[in-house]
Structure formats: structure tokens, C-alpha cells
Design a protein around this ligand. Structure first.
Ligand SMILES: [Zn+2]
Length: 396
């Protein structure tokens, strides 16, 4: 979602989350991004299919009711599938993000930017044939992701040394994978909850040279055997983005991706014991959520909200949040950078909220793990989270 080469607070206060220059106009024709044939990765999950049909036929209110019921059914089924062998989370970068996107209309704080920490999630499991599998969830290439039109636009004109004051970089994805004792060649799958800001060329390589990062040769893959698991709808939408979507994507960087490195799915899939990817559209067309069963119960991981308390805003001590939610009868505070399909996003946040267990640390809060998690900063008063997970550790 958010990989801004960040801006300094003083400069940001003057600038606010506005563009300092125009976003590049869209291409005249749709881009030729490869969309390979849909695969049957893992096992099909059909319990939640009906929600998507109702959203189209009867509208979001009816779909919301069904989402609650089906999520409860799915939670029961999913817990029976077993558990992965290991789950761990790894900090990549802490950076500023517009408050009006992260907490939408709820916060009282006038601070234009809050801070979020992007984390990599490593999931390991054993397939039914005894094969070890490794998934990297949210393996963002922070350096290239900073070229996303929205962030490039707001950071343009701000000296890099000043921008760096607001960003803390901890490690790259490849460094984190090696620290975890994993050979990059052993990684099977990469996946993101959606492709906002993502540039995956250095992760899975390209078929042709790339003028900006590899002018003479195709880009070599950092993960030579990994394939990107992506919803078909997300790739199709990226070929021909709507103006609402365009500031958040880098579709040109997907044109020369090798189609063999894409694992296209079209629905909800059980990847392994206690490891599922389910569709949660709304924030983005092809949005998906990672669902995990661990020793502490069921978790959902996505960027649909930026803090666990955004699924239970009545518990939030962030000024303005609980009163806003109560006044307007809202059960969710969305991560609302695109507001691409807002009611649908809300419904799938309810799905996430319904299928997870409660935190062992504080049972008032849910085991929803925002992979870009709101992080307290003295630079952003009035936005400190009431509760954070910080990490997930299972089987390690
Ligand atoms: Zn996003």
C-alpha cells in the first residue's frame, strides 16, 4: 500500500497530503499486462462465494448480512484444516501516510500524516505430499514502490535528506528472508493483499531489459523459483486503470513480467493446512486477505484497515475515532486511500472481523493483523494506536 519516500513533518505540514505536481496521464490504450490462465492452486473454498453474487445483485446492505453469516461458517470450517508449521512477521519500514486515508473521516487530530510500519509475513507449511512450502506475504520492494504516482508526486520537490528524516528502514525483504534462515531459491509463493504501489520486477524478474533498473539485460529474479499469487481481477484491472485507481498503481512495471511467474487465482483458495487466501474486494478490485490458523487461533492479515482497533472503533482511544463511529453507526474505520468501492470494502472488513479469534494479549481486541500497522510517533500527535500486535510468532 504505502511506500512513500517520506517527507519531513515540517515540510509535510506546509504541503499537506496534496499533490505538488500532476500525475502522469494514463496510456492511450490498455497495457499488455500478461493475464495467464487461472490455476487450481491448493483447494477451492466455496463458502464465501455467495457474498460476491449478492453484492452485485441485491446491493451492499444485503451482502453485509450474508458476509456475517458466511464468515462464521468459514471460520468453523477453516479451523478444521490444520495449522502451518511456522508463521513470523518482520519489520521492513516505518513511514508517513496521510491521516485522512489511514483513519478516514474519524480522527480529531489535524496532523496531516500518521505513521505505519510495513511488515513482511513468512508462512511455512507442509503439503499433503510432504513437500515443504514457503509463502512471503507483502514482500514489498520499498525502494521501487516509492515511484508510485501518488507518493512520487507528494515527495517531489522535497530534498531527499529531509524526506529520510521521517522514514525508518529496517531491512529489505531479501535480508529478512536470509535472517530467517531461508534460501531465496526455496521460496515458492509471493503474494500481496493487492497491488497498490507494488513493483515486483526485482522479485520475480522480467522477460526483457528495463530502461530504469536493468537497461542491458532482463531483470534477474531475487526469488528464482517463486511465483506471484494474484487474483485475476487485479491483473485485468491493471491493464486499464480508472482515474480513481491510477495514482496508486505502477502498471507499466508489470508488462514484461514472465507469465510463467504468475499464479493467477479467481476465488478463495486453501493453500495448505491453516493457510487460506480469500477475496476481500473493495479497497482494490482484486483485494485478498491472508487467513491463518495458529496456536492462538485464527488471524486475518490485510491492509483493509491500518489498526486492529479500526475493526472495533468503540475501543479506540485515538481522539475522535470512537465518537465518530458511534455518531454515524459505523462498525469499521476503513483504510480509505482510494475509496474505490467503499461499501464493499466495509463488508469484507466485517468478514475479516467475524472470522478471527480474540487476542491472547488483550481479549477485547481481535487477531486482525494490519500488514501496514499504525505506529506511534512523536511526529504525529493524536494518532497513537490504543493496541498493537507488533508481530505474529507461531511454530518458531
Ligand atoms: Zn492500498
Amino acid at each position: 500500500m504505502a511506500h512513500v519516500r517520506a517527507a519531513p513533518l515540517d515540510a509535510l505540514k506546509k504541503l499537506g497530503p496534496r499533490s505538488s505536481s500532476m500525475v502522469t496521464p494514463p496510456p492511450a490504450e490498455p497495457l499488455e499486462i500478461p493475464v495467464p490462465t487461472t490455476t487450481d492452486l491448493g483447494a477451492e473454498i466455496s463458502t464465501l462465494d455467495v457474498i460476491h453474487g449478492i453484492d452485485h445483485s441485491e446491493g451492499p446492505g444485503a451482502a453485509l448480512r450474508t458476509a456475517r453469516l458466511r464468515a462464521a461458517d468459514f471460520r468453523h470450517e477453516f479451523a478444521q484444516t490444520g495449522k502451518p508449521t511456522a508463521v513470523s512477521t518482520h519489520d521492513l519500514v516505518t513511514l508517513p501516510y496521510p491521516t485522512k486515508f489511514g483513519l478516514w473521516r474519524a480522527p480529531a487530530s489535524p496532523t496531516p500524516f500518521l505513521f505505519i510500519t510495513n511488515r513482511l509475513v513468512i508462512v511455512r507449511w507442509t503439503d499433503s505430499d510432504g513437500q515443504q512450502r514457503i509463502l512471503l506475504w507483502e514482500p514489498s520492494d520499498a525502494e521501487l514502490d516509492a515511484n508510485t504516482p501518488y507518493f512520487a508526486s507528494i515527495s517531489r520537490g522535497i530534498p531527499e535528506r529531509v524526506q529520510n528524516l521521517a522514514v525508518k528502514r529496517y531491512a529489505t525483504v531479501i535480508e529478512r528472508v536470509r535472517e530467517a534462515g531461508i534460501d531465496p531459491a526455496d521460496v515458492d509463493y509471493l503474494a500481496f493483499d493487492h497491488l497498490h504501489t507494488q513493483d515486483v520486477r526485482r522479485l520475480i524478474g522480467t522477460t526483457r531489459p528495463q530502461a530504469d533498473i536493468s537497461p542491458d539485460f532482463p531483470v534477474e529474479a531475487a526469488f528464482p523459483n517463486a511465483r506471484l499469487v494474484v487474483q485475476r481481477h487485479e491483473l485485468v484491472a491493471m491493464r486499464d486503470l480508472h482515474p480513481i485507481q491510477r495514482p496508486w498503481y505502477q502498471p507499466e512495471t508489470f508488462v514484461d513480467i514472465n507469465p510463467d511467474r504468475l499464479l493467477v487465482i479467481d476465488g478463495d483458495r486453501l493453500l495448505g493446512p491453516g493457510v487460506a487466501i480469500v477475496r476481500t474486494p473493495g479497497h482494490a478490485t482484486g483485494n485478498q486477505t491472508l487467513v491463518l490458523n495458529t496456536d492462538s487461533g485464527v488471524w486475518a492479515l490485510s491492509e483493509n484497515v491500518i489498526a486492529t482497533e479500526c475493526l472495533t472503533p468503540e475501543l479506540s482511544k485515538i481522539p475522535g475515532v470512537s465518537s465518530w463511529a458511534k455518531h454515524w453507526g459505523q462498525e469499521i474505520v476503513l483504510n480509505a486511500n482510494t475509496i474505490e468501492s467503499t461499501a464493499t470494502q466495509y463488508n469484507f472488513c466485517i468478514l475479516e472481523k467475524t472470522l478471527v479469534d480474540r487476542s491472547a494479549t488483550d481479549e477485547r481486541f481481535l487477531q486482525f493483523f494490519p500488514t501496514s500497522e499504525l505506529t506511534s510517533s512523536v511526529l504525529s500527535p493524536g494518532t497513537a494506536p490504543t493496541f498493537t500486535h507488533g508481530s505474529i510468532r507461531h511454530g518458531i
